[in-house]
Ligand binder design. Structure first.
Ligand code: PHE
Length: 340
């Protein structure tokens, strides 16, 4: 028996297989139900007790070596098989599906880039604000309807003076309070208003507001800055138009329209046949607001403006329903894959 085992041991060491099939044949012949090694285990049962220890050891060794060897043969033949089936290794790889930037991020990045080219820096502030920064410092009278529950999400506190910011003008206040002029900054961010969700309104949206304060800042500076923005954003043929308006924190105040880039001012569905599209509010910072924030209104003047990122993206990409921006429908988002 010892001899048989030793013979098999050296045979196992020299085993080879050209493919997985051959390796399996070896396994069946040696370790299968009727295999030679299995048969030896049966024979082992009849060995006398004094020889059990010696035979048992080498027999186990043989079994282990055989299964190890067959495993090695199997895995090496399997990997050759796999590499054969891969075929031409010089073939170009499969394209990986690319994600897309969200249209609002694309537009916001573009707005940021246009204003940073003019020397504006980006300022940030909290989304949960107190009454002073969102309203009080900005000249909103105590009974102004914008403070009403209908427009503002209040946070439950005893004084009811904490709310989700309704515009990023609150960041302008913080910047004026904490910095000395000259100030030249934009404030991008998410804002909240208590509106019923529809194709045209949402309870949150994104704004980019801007502020420039220095000595001798005039309405002409405001107009030139916004014209530069409009032409960079919508094309160099774009015209702008300022219409008188009202905001508590600017005087004079205006709404800015741009000529419709789709019909070049001829009149179409998008501009409702007027040739113009309204894109932002703006004006000269009210001297009372400067004083509220500790800036000498005799020495300094400034302009401010604010636009909705959704609105700009809507015009740029013809998005007809505001809800698309926050529904995460991949069919919508995928369309922006090629835009960087
Ligand atoms: N804060 C205004 C709004 O949210 C926009 C604005 C900003 C208007 C600055 C004028 C000047 O509607």
């Amino acid at each position: 028996m010892k001899e048989t085992i030793e013979k098999l041991l050296s045979e196992v060491e020299q085993l080879s297989a050209a493919n997985a099939e051959e390796a399996e044949q070896h396994r069946i012949r040696l370790l299968g139900k009727k295999g030679v090694i299995t048969a030896l285990f049966d024979a082992f049962k009849t060995v006398g007790p004094e020889q059990k220890k010696e035979f048992g050891k080498i027999l186990n060794e043989l079994k282990n070596k055989a299964s190890e060897k067959i495993e090695v043969l199997k895995s090496s033949t399997a990997s050759t098989a796999a590499s054969h089936s891969e075929g031409d290794l010089t073939r170009p790889g499969e394209p990986l599906p690319l994600g897309a930037r969200h249209p609002l991020s694309l537009v916001r990045k573009e707005i940021d880039a246009i204003f940073t080219r003019l020397g504006f820096v980006i300022a940030d502030g909290p989304e949960i604000e107190d009454d002073w920064h969102n309203f009080g410092a900005l000249n909103f009278p105590e009974n102004h309807p914008a403070r009403d529950m209908q427009d503002t999400f209040f946070i439950e506190t005893a004084e009811r003076n904490i709310a989700l910011r309704t515009h990023t003008s609150s960041v302008q206040v913080r910047m004026m309070e904490n910095n000395k002029p000259p100030l030249r900054m934009i404030m991008p961010g998410r804002v909240y208003r208590n509106e019923a969700i529809s194709a045209r309104a949402h309870c949150f949206f994104h704004q980019v507001e801007g502020l420039y304060i220095d000595e001798n800042v005039s309405f002409a500076d405001l107009k030139q800055t916004l014209m530069y923005f409009a032409q960079e954003m919508f094309g160099e043929k774009t015209k702008i138009r300022l219409r008188p308006s009202y905001f508590p924190f600017t005087e004079p105040s205006a709404e800015m329209d741009v000529s419709c880039s789709l019909c070049a001012g001829e009149g179409c569905n998008v501009c409702k046949h007027s040739g113009w599209l309204e894109i932002m509010g703006c004006g000269m910072v009210d001297p009372a607001v400067l004083e509220n924030c500790g800036i000498d209104s005799k020495k300094y003047s400034g302009f401010a403006f604010g636009m909705g990122v959704e609105r700009i993206a809507q015009l740029k990409y013809q998005v007809k329903d505001l809800r698309l921006y926050s529904e995460n429908d991949v069919r919508f988002l995928k369309q922006f894959t090629s835009v960087v």
